[in-house]
Design a protein around this ligand. Structure first.
Ligand code: HEM
Length: 521
């Protein structure tokens, strides 16, 4: 005590503290600067040697990443770097996919952290409570959210019907509709049915969080980037964008806590349970997972994490398919005929029925090939120097991604620039290729869902959800563009590719031509 009192009175303490804070600030600023320094031995594209700062190069990346990547490969190199949103990104040619797909020193989680400042904006794995447990999360998704069961019971059909009806028109006259704005709400509702059950999937407050958390998280990350990393732990408390995220979390916490409490009360017989027994959902599965692995997890975070991973990605895929079918309506009748044939054979829409919708599978995959969610995939951070087979070394700490321009390669996809809804359908007819060209199959030539160790575990679910909605849309509606001619170009920000949100479609109800009881009506 006496020593402490003496220390507190000495003038050197203040000086020492000032020096420590100064050194801390300088080293942190230095770290920020160092993070932005391009790697010495990797060709740099998009930054002129006389540019002192990275500002212009970053702006170019945000506006024209596709052109920048094409410029890199046009130089005849297979590995180069561009100045991406936050730091240099090493872009690899797709020929390296098999070398890196499951490399133990290439980390997915760290890559998302490095680009997203997820320390204040929770990342998928943090949310899922599965950080450093990728294999467990893969098992969780593959075993449990395999994609259909929770859609199956009558209750679920009701939700699907309500959702499609409420959100789209019932009018038989053409009605103008901005599909891309509405679709996240449709997907949020259906996904929540599988993630948290019937009650929460109807809760507008939860649906608002599910849809808007992702958008607000991206805005907050962008705003946070304006600050040096050392100040972020402080400034985020005062930034409106980060405050908004905390509000989302407060709402999420309250809703999830209430649902957990209701379930506990129902189990103890203190709450009148619903007439039909409740089906297990992701809330139950994640409970089991943490019991099995003895981990403590944060349910609201996990649920927000699921929404983050699932909703806008699936919405974007479905919107792309809807735009493609408006642009190439010749696929619509064959798709309807396929649905009718499968329903006639199966009498109702079963999980196995979805597997039989092979033309639909091919159409969705073709939409994803031409407009993947990102023009690069397999974002990873190198935990150690990674030597590639041709002698190139990925430096330790670097973030990398594989260019998805293979999707446009005529030698892999003949007439690659042409939308061919039958492309993968035909490939699947070739002996031995039945599974290789399925929507959910990832390969070194087709990695819209990533590939290898971190390939999207939610793809089975996303594929089934997209197919179920397309069955309803195709049977019950006609649609066309209101004023666009041809296929509206996707909107690209950096490497992200988003179906043009300004497109208006015209929808009108149609006579389905099948007995809708097959869909649970
Ligand atoms: C069309 C919809 C979707 C697309 C295009 C998509 C795409 C992707 C991609 C490209 C990755 C990174 C893969 C890699 O780097 O190798 C990924 C990872 C992931 N996705 Fe999806 N995704 C979709 C839907 C979903 C859904 C519905 C869920 C949840 C139910 C989900 C959960 C995840 C998770 C948890 C990861 C991280 C995997 C890991 O840490 O290893 N995704 N997704």
């Amino acid at each position: 005590m006496a020593l402490l009192a003496e220390l507190l009175t000495t003038p050197y303490l203040i000086q020492a503290l000032c020096v420590a804070v100064f050194v801390f600030f300088i080293s942190s600023f230095w770290q920020d600067l160092a993070d932005e320094i391009p790697y010495g031995r990797v060709p740099l594209v998009g930054k002129k040697w006389w540019d002192l700062s990275n500002k212009k190069a970053k702006a170019r990346f945000a506006e024209a990443a596709r052109a920048l990547i094409a410029e890199g490969f046009a130089k005849g190199v297979s590995v180069f770097q561009v100045m991406a949103t936050t730091r240099p990104l090493i872009v690899l040619h797709p020929k390296y996919v098999d070398e890196i797909k499951s490399h133990p020193h290439l980390d997915f989680e760290l890559a998302t952290k490095k680009v997203g400042y997820t320390i204040f904006i929770t990342s998928i794995a943090q949310n899922m409570g599965t950080e450093h447990q990728t294999d467990h999360s893969q098992n969780f998704f593959e075993d449990r959210i395999a994609g259909f069961e929770a859609f199956h019971p009558a209750g679920a059909s009701r939700v699907i019907l309500d959702t499609v009806r409420i959100k789209l028109t019932q009018a038989l006259e053409w009605t103008s509709y901005n599909f891309s704005h509405k679709v996240p709400h449709i997907i949020a509702r259906l996904s929540t049915l599988v993630f948290m059950g019937e009650t929460v999937c109807r809760d507008p407050a939860w649906l608002d969080v599910s849809v808007n958390y992702t958008i607000d998280a991206f805005l907050a990350a962008r705003a946070l980037r304006m600050w040096p990393s050392v100040l972020r732990p402080l400034v985020h408390w005062f930034m409106p964008s980060c405050q908004k995220l905390r509000q989302h979390f407060a709402v999420a916490r309250a809703i999830v806590a209430q649902e957990i409490e209701n379930r506990t009360l129902a189990k103890e017989g203190q709450l009148a349970s619903e007439s039909a027994p409740r089906r297990a959902d992701a809330l139950d599965w994640l409970d089991e997972l943490s019991t099995a692995y003895g981990s403590v997890s944060d349910r609201p975070r996990e649920q927000v994490g699921l929404a983050l991973a699932a909703i806008h990605t699936t919405s974007n895929l479905l919107t792309n398919v809807v735009y493609d079918l408006a642009a190439y309506p010749e696929y619509i009748e064959p798709l309807r005929e396929e649905i009718k044939a499968v329903l006639a054979e199966d009498e109702s829409l079963k999980k196995t029925s979805l597997l039989k919708l092979k033309l639909m599978d091919s159409v969705i995959k073709e939409s994803q090939r031409i407009n993947p969610v990102s023009i690069v995939s397999m974002n990873r951070a190198a935990l150690a120097p990674i030597p590639l087979s041709d002698g190139t070394i990925i430096p330790r700490g670097a973030t990398i991604a594989v260019s998805a321009h293979i999707n446009e390669d005529d030698s892999v996809y003949p007439n690659a620039s042409v939308y061919d809804g039958f492309r993968f359908y035909k490939k699947r007819q070739e002996p031995g290729h039945e599974h290789r060209h399925q929507l959910v199959t990832t390969t070194s030539e087709n990695f819209g869902f990533g590939h290898g160790r971190h390939a999207c575990p939610g793809r089975f679910f996303a594929a089934n959800e997209t197919k179920i909605l397309l069955v309803h849309l195709l049977l019950k509606y006609d649609w066309k563009f209101k004023s666009v001619v041809g296929r509206p170009r996707n909107f690209e920000v950096g490497t992200e590719s988003i179906a043009d949100p300004s497109v208006e479609l015209l929808f009108r109800g149609r006579v389905p031509g099948v007995d809708l009881r097959a869909l649970g009506e």
